[in-house]
Design a protein around this ligand. Sequence first.
Ligand SMILES: Nc1ncnc2c1ncn2[C@@H]1O[C@H](COP(=O)(O)OP(=O)(O)OP(=O)(O)O)[C@@H](O)[C@H]1O
Ligand SMILES: [Mg+2]
Length: 250
Amino acid sequence: MSALALKLRNVRKNFGSSSIINGLNLDVIKGERQAIIGPNGAGKSTLFNLISGFYQVSGGTIEMNGHNITNLATFRINRSGLSRSFQVTNIFPQMTVFENIRCGLLWSMGYKYSFWHLCNQVRHLNEKAEEILERIRMTQRRDLPAGLLAYAEQRALEIGITIAGDAEVILLDEPTAGMSMSETERAVELIRDVTENKTLLVVEHDMSVVFDLADRISVLVYGEIIATDLPEKIRQNQEVQEAYLGKETL
Ligand SMILES: Nc1ncnc2c1ncn2[C@@H]1O[C@H](COP(=O)(O)OP(=O)(O)OP(=O)(O)O)[C@@H](O)[C@H]1O
Ligand SMILES: [Mg+2]
């Protein structure tokens, strides 16, 4: 059995009387790129909020690299090596592109607790931020307020912020939503590049992205994973076809 980056067992989440995640099991193998697909409202973003500690689970357990991270504070989960992006762009629009990246770095370094220590590391921090800028191909946009970037660039910046802290496990929620075909292609290339030698869990509606990027695919329907398999197996899976009928062409 391969080592697991994430292991979810019998995870449940209720909002009041509505049960959104219903005893969900999920294995994400260390080093794989796994996509989660499923209809609108299936609970994909909720699942990300549970894994990353933004929501508390109503039941079940979540392990990362063999450690129980269930219901830990978000910053603890982040500092244990998990970083996530949001479905809706989440950047500081008035800060420059460079400052946005630096903020991502500071957050993952725990600046609140080691301010003085950090002052000695400013040069290192700036170098690291420049490195990430280059990686996301935004050096030329460095000093622009992030709010002035085109939408696709804002999404790329968000990916830069997400990977800034060198987390081993990266969660991306619909990173190519709202992009044109060529923007999507560039985004996929970027995601592939920045997740090399990391573990990626990505929620995506665009099936061409899913089949291009994912080593394995999980299908989430009504708060349960109904299948996890290789892309070609998922494409042929009858239950998956039915869950998607009229929605997507696999
Ligand atoms: N904080 C919350 N309070 C109450 N209900 C919520 C909350 N967050 C999510 N839900 C509900 O949980 C269900 C699943 O939502 P979620 O956003 O996880 O779906 P999704 O699979 O990400 O959908 P989409 O593909 O549209 O992004 C929805 O019915 C939503 O209204
Ligand atoms: Mg969602």
